[in-house]
Design a protein around this ligand. Structure first.
Ligand code: SF4
Ligand code: SF4
Length: 199
């Protein structure tokens, strides 16, 4: 057995090469590719299927795809979604079918961006974008409302509520037979409840 006081690698008497080995690690790291990301000045693109902020989609004529079924809310493991459905009428129509999502909220203080809600949605009304900058300084501001989540209008769309495409039924929308709003389509008047919700 070697004497512990005289052994070269004794913990009580470190090798003289120890510091040099440490500088060697530093020296090697100087020539490696830097991994530091200069966020937020330089934003790294996300993967194409990244799970970011949600989006409520529209049909090509501007009517909403959400039918207020609450399946997304039931699927959510974090209890982050709140939905209230309501009936469409001919005077105030938000989606082609019987029901629409009158109140829709996602609480980003709870959401873990798992995507289970978008898997549960039967109409592809709910999808996720690549936007990930969701931090804020108050709980209230992290509760996104329907107005914040509803996608903007693109060419051929008229803002909801408005009448269904003349001669079409709900199925025509899901068969892809509606490509834009019918000529002359104009937004309908919102009821007081909807005005409050949207104000
Ligand atoms: S992404 Fe996950 S946690 Fe977030 S709202 Fe959807 S189901 Fe809930
Ligand atoms: S987003 Fe989809 S799952 Fe959620 S209430 Fe609307 S239609 Fe139903």
């Amino acid at each position: 057995m070697p004497d512990s006081d005289t052994a070269p690698d004794s913990p009580d008497r470190p090798s003289i090469l120890g510091p040099a080995a440490g500088f060697g690690v530093t020296f090697k790291a100087m020539f490696k590719k830097r991994l530091t990301e200069q966020y937020p000045e330089q934003k790294k693109p996300t993967a194409p299927r990244f799970h970011g902020r949600h989006q409520l989609n529209r049909h090509p004529d501007g009517l909403e795809k959400c039918v207020g079924c609450e399946l997304c809310a039931w699927a959510c493991p974090a209890d982050a979604i709140y939905v209230e459905g309501a009936d469409n009428t001919d005077e105030e129509r938000y989606s082609p079918g019987e029901r629409y999502g009158a109140v829709y909220q996602i609480n980003y203080a709870r959401c873990i961006l798992c995507g289970l809600c978008i898997e549960a949605c039967p109409t592809r009304a709910l999808t996720m974008t690549n936007e990930y900058e969701l931090a804020d300084s108050s709980r209230e501001s992290l509760i996104f409302t329907k107005e914040q989540l509803l996608v903007g209008l693109t060419e051929g769309m008229v803002d909801s509520p408005h009448s269904i495409f003349p001669g079409a039924d709900e199925g025509a929308y899901y068969r892809g037979e509606i490509s834009a709003a019918a000529p002359g389509t104009v937004p309908q008047e919102r009821t007081d409840r909807e005005k409050e919700t949207h104000s």
